[in-house]
Design a protein around this ligand. Structure first.
Ligand code: FES
Length: 201
């Protein structure tokens, strides 16, 4: 059947739903107070779950691998220098292992003044910073110069041959680990991601 095409000037009428149809066709109820509280509770639980999951991932997958600065360095016990002898420098981890009369420390090899690298000077039995002359004892304590404190310390874990494990006491300011002279150290781990500020002066 042919459809009449409106000629120029004729008005076309487009069918629109009546206001009443629009008003009655779709009815949207506002959420009740109880539903609204459920939504808030659900969102809070989802957020909490997300935070716990992120924390677990952070814990299970550490940011730094073993053997890279920021992570843990593991060595056999024979890397530890004799008590009172020159500290041993570990450039990859940027620390010195220093075996003092009071015990063992891992000293961060960066000057606490402006970040230069103090060197062990055996003839003077101390660390000396080449930049502005700060000096430190074998245990990293400050002697003189503009450095505001002694060398910082990394957390150390010692494992003896019999399985006993001892670690740096963080609460004691990273005090030296007193080694048991009657036991052989099987391994030493230095955690360069866990640092204690050097002692003040
Ligand atoms: S950076 Fe070591 S004394 Fe200034």
């Amino acid at each position: 059947m042919a459809t009449a095409t409106p000629t120029k000037g004729e008005r076309t009428s487009i069918a629109r739903p009546s206001a009443q149809a629009t008003a009655t066709g779709v009815k949207v109820d506002a959420p009740s107070r109880r539903e609204f509280m459920y939504y808030i509770w659900g969102a809070s639980m989802a957020l909490l779950l997300g935070e716990v999951t992120a924390g677990l991932i952070w814990f299970v997958f550490p940011r730094f691998k073993a053997g890279e600065f920021g992570g843990t360095f593991d060595y056999a016990g024979d890397v530890i220098p004799e008590a009172g002898s020159a500290p041993q420098w570990f450039p990859d981890g940027r620390f010195h292992i220093s075996n003092t009369e009071a015990g063992l420390l891992a000293l961060y090899g960066v000057c606490t003044h402006l970040g230069c690298l103090p060197k062990w000077v055996g003839s003077n039995n101390r660390f000396e910073c080449p930049c502005h002359g700060s000096k430190y004892n074998i245990d990293g304590t400050w002697i003189e110069g503009p450095a505001p404190r002694g060398l910082d310390r990394f957390m150390v874990t010692i494992t003896y041959g019999d399985g006993e494990i001892v670690s740096t006491d963080k609460d004691a300011g990273g005090a030296p680990i007193r080694l048991d002279p009657n036991k052989a150290v099987q391994s030493i781990a230095v955690n360069t991601g866990d640092k204690v500020s050097g002692p003040g002066h």
